[in-house]
Design a protein around this ligand. Sequence first.
Ligand code: IPD
Ligand code: CA
Ligand code: CA
Length: 278
Amino acid sequence: MSLDGAELDRILAVAKDAARKAGQLLLETYGTIEAGGFRRKSSARDLVTETDVASERLIVEILRGAFPGHRIEAEEEVQDAPDEDRPRWFVDPLDGTVNFVQGLPLFCVSMGLYLGGKPQVAVVYAPVMDEMFATRLGGGASLESPQGTRVLEVSGKTELSESILATGFPYRREVLRPSNLENFSGFFFGVRGMRRMGSAALDLAYVAAGRLDGFWELYLSPHDVAGGALLVREAGGVVTDSEGGEDWLRGGHIVACGPGIHGAVRQGVAGPDPDWLA
Ligand code: IPD
Ligand code: CA
Ligand code: CA
């Protein structure tokens, strides 16, 4: 099975509609979450709200209605059985939940459609800024915002000393090795700046937009990276795992940069040690 350009465009239109509707839903409770308005998941740092779940239900309802043959793997509730022959959605209904709870505007809805393990369609929507990052395989990546629509292009930087890199740290940082602090320290004095924004999907979208020169992170889940990775590639960037291979969707470690610095960033990133995985 393959999806042609017209079909990918049709799927992308539905994905954008779902992400916008979910984003509007997030805005209804953003800024109103009080103590007790969230639950802890894997640790005291890993939070989930009723809004995460409501956003996922809305997206899943739209996707099931439009594409009954597709499979869905979403963060909170839905894990369809594996089926390599069918298109599969990875959905993060609210990436950046800690920011959302804290009242920080850096959060988004992220969706990616894969077929045979390959990315086909992706959207990352940041509702506070009303920014829609969208792409489909072979179609380039774009940003629709109140400022207009533009084609996305990754950074052309070639020097780490001129680069802004972003990363994140795992919730279970006490038990996971490396904690990523070692990687962070390795870049600390050699780059123009480091950012830790709290939304991996938005980090990737910002790499696609050239706002960040590069991003890496360890211990991520498929729903965190599925959307942003295709945005980076379609904007001319390089996406690999920390060994330079293709195991970035399920492998948990990703390096995504403009082509001029990807090699240097990857060399500075030590990936997860499987012996330390709890
Ligand atoms: C988290 C964010 C964060 C990253 C974490 C993710 P969530 O997703 O993307 O930036 O550092 O590893 O789990 O929990 O807000 O959906
Ligand atoms: Ca996430
Ligand atoms: Ca989430």
